[in-house]
Design a protein around this ligand. Structure first.
Ligand code: HEC
Length: 99
C-alpha cells in the first residue's frame, strides 16, 4: 500500500511539473528575446539572423558585448548574456534555414 501511494505521488508530481521546468531547447528560449526585433525565429525583423553562420554571429555578439552598453541597443543586449548563452543563441539561429 505504501509503495502504491509513493508511486501515485511520484506520478502526480511528474504530471504537475510546471511547463518551464521542461526546457526543450535552451538556445531557442534564450533567442526568443531577440524575436521582438529580429522577427520570430530571426525572420522578418531588423537584420535577419536565421541561417547566419554560427561563428559570424558569435563574433559579432562578442564584439558587441565588450563595447559600451549605452552606445547601441545591441551592445546592451549582448552584455546580459554569458559566453555559453551567446554560443547557444548563435547555434540556434545558425541551424534555421535562411529566409
Ligand atoms: C530592441 C530591439 C532588439 C533586440 C531585442 C535585439 N536586437 Fe539585435 N539588433 C537590433 C538593431 C536595431 C540592430 C541594428 C540593425 C541595423 O543597424 O541595421 C541589431 C543588430 C544585430 C546584429 C548585427 C547584424 C549584422 O548582421 O551586423 C546581430 C548579430 C544581432 N542584432 C543579434 C541579436 C541577438 C542574438 C539578439 C537577442 C539576444 C538581439 N539581436 C536582440 C535590435 C535588437
Amino acid at each position: 500500500m505504501k509503495a502504491l501511494m509513493s508511486a501515485t505521488m511520484l506520478a502526480a508530481a511528474l504530471w504537475l511539473q510546471p511547463a518551464w521546468a521542461q526546457v526543450p531547447n535552451e538556445g531557442r528560449l534564450l533567442a526568443s528575446n531577440c524575436f521582438q526585433c529580429h522577427g520570430t525565429n530571426g525572420r522578418g525583423g531588423f537584420d535577419e539572423l536565421a541561417g547566419e553562420r554560427k561563428s559570424e554571429l558569435l563574433h559579432k555578439l562578442n564584439e558587441m558585448r565588450v563595447k559600451s552598453a549605452r552606445s547601441h541597443i545591441m551592445n546592451a543586449h549582448a552584455h546580459g548574456y554569458s559566453s555559453e548563452q551567446l554560443a547557444l543563441i548563435a547555434d540556434y539561429f545558425s541551424r534555421l534555414p535562411k529566409p
